[in-house]
Design a protein around this ligand. Structure first.
Ligand code: XIL
Length: 417
C-alpha cells in the first residue's frame, strides 16, 4: 500500500516544527513517582479472527477532504464500495465523515476504536464503522501483550485485520499503544535489568512500527504515564526500571523505524486545567525541549455527565498547541450512569458534551481529529470497567443514532453553546 500522504491532518501542524528544539539531555522530567498497580485488560474485547477485507485501495488521495455520497469531490464512495466481506459500503450524505469537509477549521479525522472480534462477527457494526468514520484505531488489537505474547514471537493478526478494514473503507489508521502499563506482557514485567529493558522496548517498538509502516500514520507511543493523583509519574514497570528514560527510548525507536509516522503521547484526565493536565503539559514540554521526537498529544476524554469546563479545555488545548504539538481527542465516551433526570434529559446532556468536544476541536487549528472509544452502547468497555449502565456512545445498542450523534455532528460545524 502506498504511504499515507504527508498532508494527513495530524502531521500538518507539527511537521515543520519537529526537531526544532535543541537536545538538552538533562531531561526536564522532574516529576516524582507514585504507586499505581499495573492494569490488565479485561476479557471481552479482543476477539479472534484473521484479516477479512482485501484492501486494494491505494492510499487516501492527496488530501484529507471527504465529501458526501454521490458527490464527485473528495472521493467518498456513493455506495457499494469496500468489499472484502463488508456487506456493501455506503457513506450517507449526513454521516459524520461526510461532515468533515464542512467542519471549521477542520475536524478532518472523525475516528472510532474498532473491536476486531465484533468486526468479524457483526455486519451491522461493520456497516456503521465504515460509513460514519474516516479514521480508525484498534481498541485492543495493537497492544503489546497481544502482539508479542512471548519474547520474539509476534502476532499482528488483529491489528492487520483493523488495517485491512480501514484500507477497504478509506479510513486512516492511528496505532495504539506501544508502551502502556495496562497491556505489558508478563515476560516484560520479568525484565528488571535496565540495559535489557532498554533493548526489549527498542526491539518491540522497532518491530511493530516497521510492520505497520505506511499503513498507520500516527502512533500513541506512550500511554497514561502520569499518575491518577496528577503530579507524579505513574509507577509502572518501565518507570521503576528506567525512570523517564523509557520515553526517549520508545519515541526514538519509533522515529527511527518510520521517520514519517506521527508520534503521540496519550493520557486521560488531562482535558481540563488542573494538577493532572499540568503534569501532562510539563511532561510533553520537557520531551520537546529535550529533543525527544514527539509530534502530538491525545487527550482521551473519557468523561462523565459533568463533562469538562469549555473554557478550561480551550485553554489547555491552547497551551499544548503553543508547544507545537498536534492535539487529538483520542478516546471519547461520556458515561451517564451517575446522572439524574429522565432518560431524555440524560441523553440531551450527553449530546451537549459531545457537541462541546467537537466544537472545541473544530475551533482549535492544532486539533486534528476526534476519536470515539467505540461507537455503540452495545460494545463499549465502559459498563464493564466502571459499573452501572452508562450509555456512553454515539449509537444505541441497536445502532440507532442517539442525540449524542447529532450533538457531535453539530459541534463539528458550530460553536458550542
Ligand atoms: C481499554 C479497552 O477499551 C478495553 O476493552 C480493554 O479491556 C482495556 O483497554 N485508555 C486506553 C485504552 O488508552 O487502551 C483503554 O482501552 C481504555 C483506557
Amino acid at each position: 500500500m502506498a504511504r499515507m500522504p504527508l498532508t494527513a491532518p495530524w502531521k500538518t501542524f507539527v511537521r515543520s516544527r519537529r526537531r526544532a528544539a535543541s537536545v538538552v539531555l538533562s531531561c526536564l522530567l522532574t516529576l516524582g513517582c507514585s504507586t499505581v498497580p499495573e492494569r490488565r485488560p479485561d476479557a471481552g474485547d479482543a476477539g479472534e479472527g484473521s484479516s477479512g477485507a482485501a484492501g486494494g485501495h491505494d492510499g487516501l488521495g492527496g488530501d484529507a477532504t471527504h465529501d458526501v455520497a454521490g458527490s464527485s469531490a473528495g472521493g467518498e464512495p456513493a455506495g457499494g464500495g469496500g468489499g472484502g466481506g463488508t456487506g456493501g459500503w455506503v457513506v450517507p450524505a449526513d454521516s459524520l465523515r461526510a461532515f468533515t469537509s464542512k467542519s471549521k477549521p477542520g475536524v478532518e479525522c472523525i475516528g472510532t476504536a474498532i473491536n476486531p472480534g465484533v468486526l468479524e462477527s457483526d455486519e451491522a457494526y461493520r456497516a456503521v464503522a465504515g460509513s460514519e468514520f474516516n479514521c480508525a484505531v484498534a481498541e485492543y488489537g495493537m497492544k503489546w501483550d497481544l502482539m508479542e505474547p512471548e519474547q520474539g514471537n509476534f502476532d499482528f493478526s488483529l491489528g492487520d485485520q483493523v488495517v485491512a478494514f480501514a484500507e477497504a473503507h478509506r479510513m486512516r489508521v492511528k496505532g495504539h499503544a506501544l508502551v502502556w502499563h495496562g497491556a505489558t506482557p508478563d515476560w516484560v514485567l520479568d525484565v528488571t535489568s535496565p540495559s535489557e529493558l532498554r533493548a526489549v522496548i527498542r526491539d518491540y517498538v522497532t518491530e511493530v512500527v516497521t510492520h505497520f509502516k505506511g499503513k498507520v500514520e500516527a502512533w500513541d507511543v506512550v500511554n497514561e504515564a502520569i499518575a491518577d493523583s496528577g503530579g507524579d509519574f505513574r509507577n509502572t514497570h518501565f518507570y521503576k526500571v528506567l525512570g523517564t528514560e523509557f520515553f526517549e527510548i520508545a519515541f526514538e525507536a519509533a522515529r527511527a523505524a518510520d521517520p514519517d509516522v506521527e508520534l503521540l503521547y496519550n493520557d486521560y484526565g488531562g482535558e481540563d486545567m488542573g494538577v493532572k493536565s499540568d503534569a501532562i503539559y510539563e511532561l510533553v514540554k520537557g520531551l520537546k525541549e529535550s529533543g525527544v521526537p514527539i509530534d502530538g498529544i491525545g487527550l482521551q476524554s473519557h468523561l462523565t455527565h459533568n463533562g469538562v469546563p469549555a473554557d478550561e479545555l480551550e485553554a489547555n488545548m491552547k497551551r499544548l498547541a503553543a508547544l507545537g504539538l498536534s492535539i487529538n481527542l483520542s478516546e471519547i465516551d461520556v458515561r451517564m450512569g451517575m446522572a439524574t433526570g429522565t432518560l431524555d434529559e440524560k441523553l440531551a446532556q450527553q449530546a451537549k458534551i459531545y457537541r462541546q468536544l467537537a466544537s472545541a476541536c473544530a475551533d482549535q487549528p492544532a486539533c486534528t481529529g476526534l476519536f470515539v472509544w467505540g461507537f455503540t452502547d452495545a460494545h463499549s468497555w465502559v459498563d464493564g470497567t466502571f459499573g452501572g449502565t452508562n450509555l456512553p456512545c454515539l449509537f444505541d445498542e441497536d445502532l440507532n443514532r442517539k442525540p449524542a450523534y447529532d450533538g457531535l455532528r453539530a459541534g463539528m460545524t458550530e460553536a458550542a453553546p
